[in-house]
Design a protein around this ligand. Structure first.
Ligand code: AHR
Length: 550
């Protein structure tokens, strides 16, 4: 089944999309699904950095995506694509990671500062995967976008920079000097003078620093013990310049519990005080294997971004749902060594990863075309983070533009927001709120998985409290069934509500440069009169309910 027009047409006669103003109405209700929100059961403050971003010098992310250059015909602010700045301001972008990814462990930050015309060209880490037709800037880093330009980009969008240091191929000294370049006061050091000469006299005050990336693999092929020794060296006696620095240790690949344990065990061999040098442990998880158990081969296991069956839709969500048990599992492992949990999890790469072929700009390495499936996946993932606010301090969707789970696609003067970008925008309202418990009950979905019945949960989401407002985000993963749902807020009544819904009748729906608004959120305000509400969540949807309490 690829389309749901018939089902949807009959649904539309009675549900929110056809009659939005009646989508949230008074009880009584015979709804089969139920959400109970418990404002008196706080989970912790939802870090604004959970809606974070990731920009690697890979394919079309930096050159063409973010950086078009000051002399470009493409509208720009100091060389940075203006449409991207405008969109990121709207979604309250909180933090952006750069320059990688695997690229980070081959990058010398010194190449990307100083006069632009004197900066060297270098072979990009990702050079080997580039097609012959790809632009030179993708293969040979022209270093026109470096630390100054990245920090300026962050400033323009109102986000904090998160820089990833090179542990594999540079000494700790280069790391300290990068911090000195960024954070030493105007006039204090030669590197501060270099920064001033570029037009940035005031320190950047970069707080977040990643110490390597995927140090178990492209970041050096270390054992967790070897990496812990490197981490201690990099994170010890670092000049602070009056500002707190938060170091993120390179963490496990997916469910490699032995990395988390081995790393912390070795760190502690120099005493418990060492834990204070670690702000977070990074966790990476990509949903890539859609083979339904047939293979573990990285290339063979991947599916297509746009051409898929409902079974592939559910398979992707199942793979993505592992995020919750990964967070719980690594948190549990961390507890053995850090019982007070002073160290948090930083999920600084997440998203689906498909095989090549769906690029809007042919030749953009790792670019894929996000569909409604990826929007639902992203809503589900952000809800998982929101349900664990005491554990997850930051999360960065991989990646921001022209790569993997992109929020935006761009080429030359063309630009569009993907369904994923819209979901990140919908979730922005959770930022800084008090995560509160919400219990979901809904009939499971049953579907055919290679001749056997498989099931998937019927409705899930997350809730946060903001003074007299509750934000509730909900995913309905069913490709065919709406969920009429009773929503109860314990001990509280709702004064008014607005529902923002992202969905489409075609589960493959996506936005392109020519058709930018195929999948866009629709917001409708809703009158309510009692504390019991009923809302119908359309199939294949992400919904945000903004509830004003009495
Ligand atoms: O996001 C693409 C790559 O995936 C990153 O460079 C690396 O960290 C991960 O393996």
């Amino acid at each position: 089944m690829q389309r749901r027009e018939f089902l949807y047409a009959s649904l539309a006669a009675s549900c929110s999309l056809a009659h939005p103003s009646s989508s949230l109405f008074a009880a009584p209700s015979a709804a089969a699904s139920r959400i109970e929100i418990l404002p008196e059961e706080p989970l912790g403050t939802i870090s604004p950095d959970i809606c974070g971003h990731f920009t690697e010098n890979l394919g079309g992310v930096i050159y063409d995506g973010i950086w078009v250059g000051e002399n470009s015909k493409v509208p720009n602010v100091s060389g940075i694509r203006k449409s991207l700045i405008d969109e990121m301001r709207k979604i309250k972008a909180s933090v952006v990671r750069y320059p990688g990814g695997c690229f980070a462990d081959s990058y010398d930050w010194r190449d990307g500062v100083g006069p632009a015309d004197k900066r060297p060209r270098r072979t990009n880490f990702w050079n080997g995967g580039e097609l012959a037709s790809a632009p030179a800037s993708h293969k040979y880093d022209p270093n026109q976008f470096g630390t100054n330009e990245f920090v300026h980009f962050c400033k323009l969008i109102g986000a904090q920079p998160y820089l990833a240091a090179n542990v594999r191929s540079l000494p700790a000294e280069a790391f300290y000097q990068w911090i000195e370049y960024c954070n030493s006061p105007a006039g204090s050091t030669s590197l501060a003078d270099l920064r001033s000469a570029a037009g940035y006299p005031e320190p950047f005050n970069v707080r977040f620093w990643g110490v390597g990336n995927e140090s178990w693999g492209c970041g050096g092929n270390f054992t967790p013990q070897e990496y812990a020794v490197e981490f201690r060296k990099f994170a010890t006696w670092v000049p602070q310049y009056g500002h707190q620095l938060s170091f993120v240790a390179s963490g496990p690949n997916v469910d490699d519990w032995s990395w988390t344990r081995g790393f912390l065990e070795e760190i502690l061999r120099k005493g418990k005080g060492q834990l204070r040098s670690i702000y977070g442990i990074a966790l990476h998880h990509y949903a890539w294997n859609l083979s339904r158990g047939r293979t573990q081969d990285w290339d063979q296991g991947k599916g297509d971004a746009v051409k898929f069956e409902p079974v592939d839709w559910y398979e992707l969500l199942r793979e993505g749902e592992r995020m919750e048990s990964l967070i719980q599992g690594h948190w549990h492992a961390m507890q053995e060594f850090d019982p007070d949990h002073s160290i948090k999890l930083v999920v600084d790469e997440w998203g689906p990863w498909y095989r090549p072929g769906s690029e809007l700009t042919p030749g953009d390495q790792l670019e894929q075309l996000p569909t409604l499936r990826d929007a639902v996946f992203s809503g589900m993932t952000l809800d998982i983070f929101n349900r664990h606010p005491e554990k997850v301090a930051m999360a960065n969707c991989a990646q921001l533009i022209n790569c993997l789970n992109s929020l935006y696609l761009a080429h030359e003067d063309k630009f569009c927001v993907t369904p994923v970008g819209h979901v990140l925008g919908m979730h922005a309202d959770h930022q800084g709120g008090q995560g509160i418990r919400a219990e979901f009950s809904s009939p499971s979905i049953s579907y055919d998985r290679d001749g056997k019945r498989a099931s998937f949960w019927g409705l899930k989401g997350s809730a946060s409290l903001h003074a007299k407002d509750i934000i509730l985000t909900v995913v309905n993963p069913s490709v065919s069934d709406p969920r009429e749902t009773e929503i109860i807020i314990r001990n509280t009544r709702v004064k008014s509500a607005a529902a923002t819904t992202l969905t489409h009748t075609d589960i493959h729906a996506h936005n392109t440069f020519d058709q930018k608004e195929v999948v866009t959120p629709q917001t409708k305000s809703v009158e309510v009169s009692t504390a019991t509400l009923t809302h119908t969540f359309p199939p294949a949807s992400v919904t945000k309910l903004a509830l004003k309490l009495e």
